[in-house]
Design a protein around this ligand. Structure first.
Ligand code: ASP
Length: 598
C-alpha cells in the first residue's frame, strides 16, 4: 500500500462524504462473509463504519479479507458510497454509508480473543483485568475514558479562568494523616527511614497559602492503604483546591460553579444552583447519616418526647440511658412479612436490639406495636405529621446505633424501590442527582478502643469561633468549619476552613494526644509556617473518580479508571504487587520475616 495512514476517522463519515476516496486505520470489530461479499465493521476511537469487499475484487484482496481475524489492526483504502436504501442502519451514526474496499493491509494480527469486545460481554473481572488493554477497547470503556478526559479539561479550563495556579506537590513525603494507613516507600540512602505516599497534599497546599499563592489546584493522586471497595481504590485522583481569604460560603460557590461548568461541558445540562445544605447534626437526625441520599422520601423522626410516656419497656430503657427512640416514616408502601423480618435482621446486624413497626390508619395505629402506642396516638399524629397508610419503623437504642440502623434500613428500602422519589427529583435531569452540602461536622471523635479523641476530618480544620475558649472542656461538642459535598448518598468532596494560628493548632493537636515534641516532629513544617503570617484559608477536594462514576452512572470507580486495582488491591495486568530481588531489599536494609519471599 502506497500510503497507509488514515485520511479520515471511521465514526465521522457521513452521507456528505459519498464519493470521497478514504484511507482508514482501525480494528476489525465484526467480520462476516455474506454470499461472497466480505463485510468488515471497522472501529477506531471515533466509532464504527461498515466496509466491504465485493465479488469483483481481485482474488488477492478477497483472500486477504477472508483471512482477517477479529480485532486485528488494519489499514484500508476505499471509496465512500451510499448504502442501498434497504441496508441503511439508522441506529449507527455512519449507517447511511459504507466503504467499498480497494486495498487492504494487515498491520497487526490479533490472537483469538479471551472475551468479546462488546458492552454486554460477561467476562470475569480477573480476565478483564488481565487483558485490560482489550477490555478498554469496549465502546463503554472508550466513552468513560473520553468523558474523563473531557471532564479534566473542563476542570482545568474553569480553574485557570478563576485565577488558580496549578502547582504540583511531591509524591514522596512525610506521612500526612487523613485517617487511613499510609503506603510506605523505603529510603535507600537512609536505611530504616521511609517516605509515605501522600494520602492527600494537605500540608503542602496549606504551605502554598503561607507562600502567598492564594489560589491553588492540582489533579492530585492520593494513596490510602484501605481495603478496596466499589468506590475505593489504593490510589485515586482528587481535584485538590485551596484558597486564601475566603469563608466556606465562597468555597461552596466555587465548587458549585465548577460542577455547573463540568455538567454543561460533559452532559450539556444545567445544574440548578445553589445546592441545598444540611448541618451534620440535622443530617444525622433526619437521615441517620452524614451521606444521605436526599432524593427519596422516608425521613427519620425523633419520638423522644412522647415515647417517654409510652408503656413500652424498650423505649423507656433507651431514653433512660441517654439514648434515642426514632422512627423511619415510610409513605404508603407494601412491606410483606418476609420483608419486615429481613429488615429486622438487618437492624440486628447494625447493632440494634430489634425493630418495631406499626401502620397508620385513619383513626389510629395497627399491626406490630400499634396497639401499645394507641394512648399516644394524638401526639404521634400531631408531631410526626403522619397520614393513613404510612408505616413507622422504630429503633430504640444508643443514639449512634439508632442512626446507623435507620440509615442502613433506609438505604435498603431505597434499593428495594420501596421509597418514592421526592417531587422535586421526579422529572428530568435533577432526578438523577441529589446534591447536598453537609456542614458543621464535629471536630473530634471519641475512639473507644484507644480511649482517646481523634480528628473527625483531619487535624487542621478550624473549630467554629464560639468553641475556641473551651475546646478542651468538651471536645465532643465542638463543631468545625468542615463540610462534605454528597451526591446520591456518596461523599463526593470533603474540605474545611483551616486553622491559621500556631497556638490554636497546637491546642487541637494536644486534644488528640499529640503534644509539643511529637507535634514538632510530625508537623514541624506546618507549625513553623503558622508563625510567619499564614493567611486565613480553606479548601476542598472533590474526588475525580467518584465524580466520573456519577456522571457515567457506573456502579464502580474501576469503570472510570484506565488501570485500576482489583478488590484485593492487586493489578492482574502487570501482576503487581510483586516480590522483588533479595538484592534490592538488601540495598534498602530490609529483611523479610517468615521467608515469605518467592
Ligand atoms: N485533604 C482532604 C481530604 O483528602 C480534603 C481537604 O480538606 O481539602 O479529604
Amino acid at each position: 500500500m502506497h500510503n497507509r495512514w488514515r485520511t479520515h476517522h471511521c465514526g465521522t463519515l457521513r452521507s456528505q462524504d459519498v464519493g470521497q476516496p478514504v484511507i482508514l486505520n482501525g480494528w476489525v470489530a465484526q467480520h462476516r462473509n455474506h454470499g461472497g461479499v466480505i463485510f468488515i465493521n471497522l472501529r477506531d476511537r471515533s466509532g464504527n463504519v461498515q466496509a466491504l469487499i465485493e465479488q469483483d475484487a481481485s482474488t488477492a484482496l478477497q483472500r486477504r479479507g477472508e483471512a482477517l481475524k477479529l480485532e486485528s489492526c488494519v489499514a484500508l483504502v476505499g471509496k465512500v458510497r451510499r448504502r442501498p436504501d434497504q441496508m441503511i442502519n439508522t441506529s449507527m451514526p455512519t449507517g447511511e454509508i459504507e466503504i467499498k474496499i480497494e486495498e487492504l493491509e494487515l498491520l497487526a494480527e490479533c490472537q483469538p480473543l479471551p472475551f468479546s469486545i462488546s458492552n454486554d460481554s460477561e467476562a470475569r473481572e480477573e480476565l478483564r483485568q488481565h487483558y485490560r488493554f482489550l477490555d478498554l477497547r469496549r465502546p463503554k470503556m472508550q466513552r468513560n475514558l473520553e468523558m474523563r478526559h473531557r471532564v479534566v479539561g473542563a476542570i482545568r479550563q474553569f480553574l485557570h479562568q478563576q485565577s488558580f495556579y496549578e502547582i504540583e506537590t511531591p509524591t514522596l513525603i512525610r506521612s500526612t494523616p487523613e485517617g487511613a494507613r499510609d503506603l510506605l516507600v523505603p529510603s535507600r540512602q537512609q536505611p530504616g527511614h521511609f517516605f509515605a505516599l501522600p494520602q492527600s497534599p494537605q500540608i503542602y497546599k496549606q504551605l502554598l497559602m503561607t507562600a502567598g499563592f492564594e489560589r491553588y489546584f492540582q489533579i492530585a493522586r492520593c494513596y490510602r492503604d484501605e481495603d478496596a471497595r466499589g468506590d475505593r481504590q489504593l490510589e485515586h485522583s482528587q481535584i485538590d483546591i485551596e484558597m486564601s481569604f475566603v469563608d466556606s460560603a465562597a468555597i461552596f460557590k466555587l465548587v458549585e460553579q465548577l460542577l455547573y461548568h463540568v455538567f454543561l461541558t460533559a452532559r450539556q445540562e444545567q445544574l440548578s444552583l445553589p445546592l441545598p445544605q444540611l448541618r451534620y447534626d440535622e443530617a444525622l437526625l433526619y437521615y441517620g447519616s452524614d451521606k444521605p441520599d436526599i432524593r427519596y422520601e422516608g425521613q427519620i423522626v425523633d419520638c423522644g418526647t412522647w415515647a417517654a410516656n409510652s408503656t413500652l419497656h424498650i423505649f423507656q430503657k433507651a431514653l433512660k440511658s441517654n439514648g434515642s427512640v426514632r422512627a423511619l416514616r415510610l409513605p404508603p408502601c407494601q412491606l410483606s412479612r418476609r420483608e419486615l423480618t429481613e429488615l429486622e435482621e438487618q437492624a440486628r446486624a447494625s447493632g440494634a436490639a430489634g425493630l418495631a413497626w406499626c401502620q397508620v390508619q385513619e383513626e389510629g395505629l395497627r399491626g406490630g406495636i400499634g396497639s401499645h402506642l394507641q394512648p399516644q396516638w394524638k401526639e404521634i399524629k400531631a408531631q410526626l405529621g403522619v397520614s393513613a397508610g404510612d408505616m413507622l419503623l422504630f429503633v430504640a437504642d444508643s443514639t449512634p446505633i439508632v442512626c446507623r440502623t435507620l440509615d442502613s434500613l433506609r438505604r435498603s428500602l431505597i434499593a428495594r424501590q420501596k421509597l418514592p422519589l421526592k417531587n422535586e427529583y421526579q422529572k428530568g435531569f435533577s432526578k438523577e442527582f441529589g446534591w447536598v452540602w453537609i456542614t458543621d461536622f464535629p471536630l473530634f471523635e471519641w475512639n473507644s478502643e484507644l480511649q482517646q479523641w481523634e480528628a473527625a476530618h483531619h487535624l487542621f480544620s478550624m473549630p467554629h469561633h464560639r468553641y475556641h475558649a473551651h475546646l478542651e472542656q468538651r471536645p465532643g461538642e465542638v463543631r468545625g468549619e468542615i463540610y462534605d459535598l454528597v451526591c446520591n448518598g456518596v461523599e463526593l468532596a470533603s474540605g474545611s476552613i483551616r486553622i491559621h494560628q500556631a497556638e490554636l493548632q497546637r491546642r487541637v493537636l494536644a486534644i488528640v494526644g499529640i503534644h509539643e515534641r511529637e507535634a514538632e516532629r510530625r508537623f514541624g513544617a506546618l507549625l513553623r509556617a503558622l508563625q510567619y503570617g499564614t493567611p486565613p484559608h480553606g479548601g476542598i477536594a472533590p474526588g475525580l473518580d467518584r465524580l466520573l462514576m456519577l456522571l457515567q452512572g457506573e456502579p464502580s470507580i474501576r469503570e472510570v479508571i484506565a488501570f485500576p486495582k482489583n478488590s484485593l488491591g492487586a493489578n492482574l495486568l502487570d501482576d503487581s504487587p510483586s516480590a522483588v530481588d533479595l538484592a534490592q531489599l538488601a540495598d534498602l536494609g530490609i529483611a523479610l520475616r517468615n521467608n515469605n519471599h518467592e
